[in-house]
Design a protein around this ligand. Structure first.
Ligand code: ADP
Length: 190
């Protein structure tokens, strides 16, 4: 199985590059952001709870996203592999993911991190907010909060994979194809 964690701050281009990886390798895309927005659009109780936090730019509780990922792993037992996008976002989530995969005799193949500086991130998110309709992309204060959450809680997840010798970073600035070329080179070596 090829199980990739695509890592990077909000606006780094994880979604775009995930779609290219799916086309190329036939993997299942697991984006916790998309799963949460799905819950919101269906008006579920989980969605209602998550929406408040997402609109403020703070992370939703670990147990919520771990539960969603666990369900998706169970529902895709015959998958060739997965791309984890926006997950794990805390060290607790990373530990839980290792345990979930271990119980299925599988493991993370590698983490690929997209490197983009804060100023470029803010610019991209504000631009995306103009037509994505995402409330968390429209407000500079919320964007800054999301980047802060990333630096405080998510950046340490890179260390977790570095300690397992599973971490590689690529330059996240350039054309979509240039960035994909770098990602592909890393993925081919796994
Ligand atoms: P982005 O990476 O651009 O911020 P996402 O769509 O991945 O966008 O996430 C949007 C919001 O959903 C986050 O700000 C957070 O509130 C919530 N979220 C998504 N994934 C997780 C996660 N793994 N753990 C906690 N909260 C999450």
């Amino acid at each position: 199985m090829l199980n990739l964690v695509l890592f990077g701050p909000p606006g780094a281009g994880k979604g775009t590059q995930s779609h290219k990886l799916i086309e190329k390798y036939g993997l299942i895309h697991l984006s916790t952001g998309d799963l949460l927005r799905g819950e919101i659009s269906q008006g579920t109780e989980l969605g209602l709870e998550a929406k408040k936090l997402m609109d403020e730019g703070v992370l939703v509780p670990d147990a919520v996203v771990i539960g969603m990922i666990s369900n998706k792993l169970d529902a895709n037992k015959d998958a060739k592999g997965f791309i984890f996008d926006g997950f794990p976002r805390t060290v607790a989530q990373a530990i839980a993911l290792d345990e979930l995969l271990e119980s299925k005799s599988s493991t993370i193949s590698g983490m690929i991190a997209l490197e983009v500086d804060d100023m470029e991130l803010e610019r991209r998110l504000l631009l995306r907010g103009k037509d994505s309709g995402r409330p968390d992309d429209a407000n500079p204060e919320v964007i800054r909060k999301r980047i802060k959450e990333y630096n405080d809680k998510t950046a340490p997840v890179a260390e977790f994979y570095k300690n397992q010798n599973k971490f590689t970073s690529v330059n996240g600035i350039g054309s979509k194809d240039e960035i994909f070329d770098s990602i592909e080179t890393v993925a081919e070596a796994l």
